[in-house]
Design a protein. Sequence first.
Length: 387
Amino acid sequence: MTVSKTRRRVAILPNLSIRQLGDAGRIPTADAATLTEALGGNSGNVAYVDGLVASLAASHMITWSTPPEIVRAHADILVVACANQLGDHVDLSGWAARLAAFGLPVLLVGLGAQAPGIGATLALKDGTRAALDVVAAAAGAAPAMLVRGAYTAEILARNGYASTIIGCPSLFLSPTRDLGGRIAARVAAGLGTRPAIAAGHHHHADMAPEHRLIVAADQHDGCYIVQHPDTMIALARSDLADTQSGDFALLAQRLLPGLDGAQVLEWGRRRAFVFTDSQTWMSFLRRYDYAIGPRFHGVALAIQAERPGVVLHVDSRTREMAETMAIPSRSFDDDPVSDLREVVATAWTAEAGAAFDSRRAALAKTFRTALQAHDIAVSARLSALCE
């Protein structure tokens, strides 16, 4: 008789509290600052958390403040939904203390490095090293750090930590195995003109590239989907109370020069949007013909919704993820392009679609193997993407 292997009970640390805000019925009326905090600072975070949940057969959510005894009573392993936690901007000493207190094995998923560009040297803070040491010590022979790409893996290796490249869990949101092929066929049949702009922000040193995206949205009845910071989210929410600050006045001046206050608010109501869950976001994106912009997840979710997209990378984060997952990309600061639609149509050839599907299947297999090494049951969706 074959005895089935016991699977570990999984508790996910999502590093955002949007579900709690939703459970309290407060998402519709929350001010921009509260909503931004609940989204972990960036609405794109919901994409990788939802992708992680969809990849596991079973899991439940906890928070960093959940009492350790309760965590241990209901979980055998912690899975942390990570983002760009490696860099000079982050000290994970709080993580180190809390993970040690939980006293369970830990798997970091989607960990990435943030730097001005790929190849830059990063110095990890002592608190970050302490957190990584806690994770590595409890892993045994199983991979403990599943990372976004080769650059992040190199940064960790330089500091003595092993890692496995899986890209971002948002890659596995759609159950469709031939996404790339379908997108390439859609482009070959004739790409429409309505863009979904994966909006940047108003703090670029040179605002010209962002202004070109805004012009495209206006000229071709597109949308402008914001993710960060809270002033951009205020633009999309269009609640008057969120738009009275000096920070919002600076946004209006730099992002939409030439418009007065009332016109800025009207523009936001007409063009700007923000989402708090990936499925609604993806459904909305299907109303448009393509996505382009400097926000990785704004483009990645369009692809998961079977719409072509191109990432305009601004730093190591966006470039590394695009390259790892075979998503077409180019520099945000490239020479001006008059026809963004042509940029996307040219990028999504049949060969590019096939390359995307092949890379996606390979990363799904690597992710599945890593999860199984920790005795974590994977979802039928993730397993199907491995075929």
